[in-house]
Design a protein around this ligand. Structure first.
Ligand code: GTQ
Length: 342
């Protein structure tokens, strides 16, 4: 028999030397009865941050920066490059004549186009030209660069799954042979022509986890939403809401991040809703308000709003509004974590 310790506190102090700790002191904080979020609800106003973003062009070139991005830092997590606990968000700026040099990484990226018209991102040898409202993907481990041959600055939202990759300590990154732009090896829009017409090349073997389509242009998304408004009543919780999918699997376009676009008719107010996926909303058209807990944010196009996990929220549209959003719902669903309450 081992003699009982002098006290619990003495015991706990002693086991620390063996790199052991008592679960009974931390269990309540680890296995909570409901989701506890560290994320603050927040809203960035594009009107306020746009001058700051454009100013960055005078601070550093896209080439020097590799990616000239202003990172959205959740106010509760300064210095962590997190817009939510699992997601990265930032606004990337490419000025006329600039190229952001080629590289590839395990981290997948989504691009949601904010401002400018006609700069390109090249993914896997294929150039996609970007317009506001387009949703563009960069699958894991595909070489990509971005270039702007237009006369205007180009701005898009970057969403990356880098904090999930970091959690698993699974990051790899490689530069291209040099910093020059990659020469396209495929025709422009090849992927959307090949896979975006409810057709698939007969010999295609689907092995990639990510959508074979690199660009989901806004005009098609918008048309789909408006068609829904003519066919049915809005959902009390979402208005008219669509999820971007990989047409070969029916799953998310990017397996680690879910992406959505929704339409709220003028005057429409959604009923309180919450889910375990902290979500980033980016209005594209219209104005309105989002209430999260007891905070109400008014918004207009290109603002960025964060709604934390399991906090009740409602959206209200003052005019017909279209809102893009992204979250970690997909990976939560795959792992069996995701829940919602209507
Ligand atoms: O465009 O490849 O916002 O690698 C952060 C890391 C964008 C990109 C970001 C990146 C990129």
């Amino acid at each position: 028999m081992i003699a009982p310790p002098a006290s619990r506190a003495e015991y706990v102090r002693r086991i620390r030397d063996q790199h052991l700790a008592p679960l009974w002191d931390v269990l309540g904080g680890l296995v909570t009865a409901e989701p506890k979020t560290v994320i603050a609800p927040y809203r960035w106003r594009y009107r306020e941050i746009r001058p700051t973003l454009l100013e960055s062009a005078g601070v550093i070139t896209a080439k020097e920066a590799e990616r000239r991005v202003l990172v959205f830092e959740n106010p509760n997590l300064p210095g962590e490059s997190k817009i939510t606990n699992s997601l990265f968000g930032g606004f990337q700026l490419i000025m006329p004549g600039e190229v952001a040099p080629p590289h590839r990484h395990i981290q997948a990226a989504l691009r949601f186009i904010i401002e400018g018209n006609g700069a390109y991102t090249l993914v896997d040898g294929e150039r996609t030209f970007m317009k506001p409202g387009d949703f563009v993907i960069t699958p894991s481990w595909t070489y990509h660069d971005h270039g702007n041959n237009t006369n205007d600055p180009m701005v898009w939202l970057d969403g990356l799954d880098m904090h999930m990759v970091r959690l698993f300590e699974a990051s790899f990154r490689e530069g291209w042979v040099n910093e020059d732009p990659i020469e396209p090896t495929k025709p422009e829009y090849d992927s959307i022509h090949r896979y975006g017409a409810n057709l698939v090349p007969v010999d295609h073997k689907h092995t990639a986890k990510t959508s074979p389509i690199f660009s989901y242009p806004y005009d098609r998304t918008r048309e789909a939403l408006h068609a829904m408004t003519r066919a049915e009543d809005p959902s009390p919780w979402f208005g008219y809401k669509m999820r971007y999918i990989n047409p070969l699997t029916g799953g998310d376009a990017i397996p680690t991040m879910s992406t959505f676009m929704q339409l709220l008719p003028k005057g429409y107010e959604t009923k309180p809703y919450r889910a375990t996926d902290s979500t980033v909303f980016v209005p594209v058209e219209g104005t309105g308000t989002t209430t999260v807990g007891n905070t109400t944010f008014d918004w207009e196009p290109h603002d960025v709003i964060v709604v934390p996990s399991w906090m009740k929220y409602t959206h209200k549209a003052s005019e017909d509004a279209v809102i893009f959003s992204y979250s970690d719902r997909g990976p939560q669903e795959l792992l069996g974590f995701w829940r919602e309450e209507r």
